[in-house]
Ligand binder design. Structure first.
Ligand code: MN
Ligand code: MN
Length: 292
């Protein structure tokens, strides 16, 4: 029998009822401060994912061993960040209320705020683990509080002091760095060192993980709106994500800021797809391990 043409992320065609993890795309980039285009990230990475295998030699596990449901990209009001965030929050809310883990593919980084709003309502004791080149701690960006440059500051308003752990940060204005040193957030600049200790501190608490892919060095990930030299390698990020999957009680996560058009070779999209595959397998394996 012929089947409908439905393009999911590779290997993520389980039924909703069976899935512990639910994917969705956040095709939004309206507050992007420099080069726009991340709204095309989620669709590009789904399409490119078919160039990857579902098997991970790193983890000796296969994505098809697990049930992941890809719910597509909700339609968003691209012209209004407030409305778009509400629409994305609704998707996260539904996934949480069905007892599942939302896995969002951006889009620009502001979309994290929508998922974190829904996460905090369910898990008031939430911790946030943040990988990024940028601090994203501005109070406002050119007058706008809803901007991808302010997204972790908005998240901080929801979770409070000492709950946000940042890694790989190598860009921001002086105020952001001074503000972080006042103890509001735990910022680890330049690399991913200190992750193990942070995971120790987060033990026993629900964790939301947000990966801004520009934490990677632009030499392997140029396809992003605000590339920042001096980033981490693919293997460094991969190993960190796998450690997080083993050790943290992840309740929600996202991978964002892929902007396919700025890398005509397509390598950035392929890198993003591989990170997402490994993250999904690690997440599902972690859930099974913690259940056992
Ligand atoms: Mn960011
Ligand atoms: Mn960034």
């Amino acid at each position: 029998m012929l089947q409908k043409n439905i393009e999911t992320f590779i290997g993520c065609d389980a039924e909703y009822e069976d899935a512990a993890v639910v994917l969705y795309g956040a095709a939004f980039d309206s507050t992007t401060s420099f080069r726009p285009g991340t709204r095309f990230g989620s669709r590009a990475v789904r399409s490119e994912s078919f160039g990857l295998e579902t098997y991970s030699p790193y983890q000796d596990k296969d994505l098809t061993d697990y049930a992941v449901f890809d719910s597509g990209d909700p339609e968003l009001c691209i012209g209004d960040a407030k409305i778009a965030l509400a629409q994305l929050e609704e998707r996260a809310e539904q996934i949480f209320s069905d007892g599942k883990i939302p896995f969002m593919i951006g889009g620009e980084h502001l979309v994290t705020l929508a998922a974190v709003r829904a996460a905090v309502r369910r898990y008031p004791d939430l911790r946030i683990l943040h990988f990024d080149a940028h601090a994203d701690l501005r109070q406002d960006y050119l007058g706008a509080q809803l901007s991808h440059a302010c997204v972790l500051r908005r998240c901080w308003e929801l979770v409070g002091d000492g709950k946000i752990y940042q890694f790989g940060i190598r860009s921001g204005d002086r105020e952001e760095f001074l503000w972080s040193r006042e103890g509001h957030v735990s910022m680890h600049p330049f690399d991913l060192n200190g992750l193990e200790k942070a995971l120790e501190e987060m033990k026993g608490h629900p964790v939301y993980v947000t990966v801004d892919l520009d934490v990677l060095d632009p030499s392997i990930f140029p396809g992003t709106g605000t590339p920042e030299a001096g980033g981490v390698s693919f293997l460094e990020l991969l190993n960190s994500i796998l450690m997080v999957c083993r050790k943290a009680d992840i309740v929600g996560c996202d991978v964002n800021e892929l902007c396919p058009a700025y890398d005509p070779t397509g390598v950035s999209t392929a890198v993003a797809g591989k990170i997402i595959r490994e993250f999904l397998i690690g997440l599902c394996a972690g859930i099974e391990e913690k259940k056992a």
